[in-house]
Design a protein around this ligand. Structure first.
Ligand code: MLT
Length: 242
C-alpha cells in the first residue's frame, strides 16, 4: 500500500511491478504516452531532472510538480490535460513528482515494471495476467496511504482473478480488493462511482483545494488509453508506450 512497505522477503527481480499513482503521476504518464511522447524518463529529484534535461540529446520537456504545482522553470506541470499531442509528440518527457516518480525509484530492482492508471486499466490487466508474480506498488502521498491508489490496486486484484485466493494474495492485496468491491462492486467498473470515490479521497480533496479538481474526472476515465507504460530501461527508469 506504500513504496516503503514492500515486503523485504519479496524478490522484486522475479516480479512484474505495477506502480500506481492515480492522482496524478501515472495518469500523466498514460496520457503522455498516448499523445505520442518519444519516451518518459523519471527522476526522484528535481535537480537531477533539470540536469538531465540540459544534457538531453533529443527534444525534451521538463515536467513535474511539488505540492501539486508546476515546478518553477519547468515546461509542464502534472495535469494530464497539459499533455496534448501538440505538446508532447516526438519529445522525451523528463518527469519528477513528489510521490509517483519516488515510488518508481524505490521499486528499481523490479525485473519488469509498468506504470498503471485507471486510464489504461484493461491494457495493464492484460499485461499483468501474463506474469506469475505481480507486485503492486501504491505511491501514496508523503508516506501516507492514498485510497485512490489502493482502489486501483484492488481493481487489478479483482480483474486478475488470482487463482489461489487463499495463498496467492497477501493482506495488503486483500484490503485493496475489499475497497474495490465495496466502492465499485464487481463486473464492469462504473466510471461515475470511481470519480465519486476519487473526489472523496485525500488526494482528490487536495487537488480540489488548489483548483485542480477537473483533473479528477480526467484521471477517472477508465480505459480511455489502449496501451501500457512499460519500463524499457532501468537506470534512469525509462518508459515507452506500447
Ligand atoms: C505525486 O507524484 O506526488 C502526485 O502525482 C502529485 C500530484 O497530484 O501532482
Amino acid at each position: 500500500l506504500l513504496p516503503d512497505e514492500i515486503d523485504p522477503q519479496l524478490d522484486l527481480t522475479r516480479c512484474c511491478v505495477a506502480v500506481i499513482d492515480v492522482l496524478r503521476a501515472t495518469s500523466v504518464m498514460s496520457t503522455a504516452g498516448k499523445a505520442g511522447a518519444l519516451d518518459i524518463v523519471t527522476y526522484a529529484s528535481s535537480e537531477e531532472a533539470r540536469r538531465m534535461a540540459k544534457q538531453s540529446e533529443v527534444p525534451s520537456l521538463l515536467c513535474g510538480e511539488r505540492h501539486c504545482i508546476k515546478i518553477e522553470g519547468f515546461d509542464l506541470g502534472n495535469s494530464p490535460s497539459e499533455y496534448t499531442t501538440e505538446q508532447v509528440t516526438g519529445k522525451r518527457v523528463i518527469m519528477t513528482t513528489t510521490n509517483g516518480t519516488a515510488a518508481i525509484a524505490k521499486s528499481q530492482t523490479a525485473g519488469e515494471m509498468i506504470c498503471v492508471s485507471l486510464l489504461n486499466f484493461s491494457a495493464s490487466v492484460k499485461e499483468l495476467s501474463g506474469h506469475e508474480s505481480v507486485c503492486i506498488v501504491c505511491a501514496g502521498t508523503n508516506g501516507r496511504i492514498s485510497s485512490e491508489d489502493v482502489l486501483l490496486a484492488g481493481g487489478l486484484v479483482d480483474a486478475l482473478k488470482v487463482r489461489d485466493q487463499e495463498t496467492g494474495l497477501d493482506d495488503s492485496a486483500r484490503i485493496a480488493w475489499a475497497l474495490w468491491q465495496q466502492s465499485v462492486g464487481t463486473g464492469k467498473p462504473d466510471a461515475s462511482r470511481i470519480v465519486e470515490e476519487l473526489r472523496r479521497s485525500q488526494g482528490g480533496r487536495n487537488l480540489q483545494a488548489i483548483g485542480h479538481g477537473d483533473d479528477i474526472a480526467v484521471c477517472s476515465q477508465i480505459d480511455s488509453v489502449e496501451g501500457i507504460i512499460r519500463r524499457v530501461s532501468s537506470n534512469p527508469p525509462t518508459f515507452r508506450y506500447q
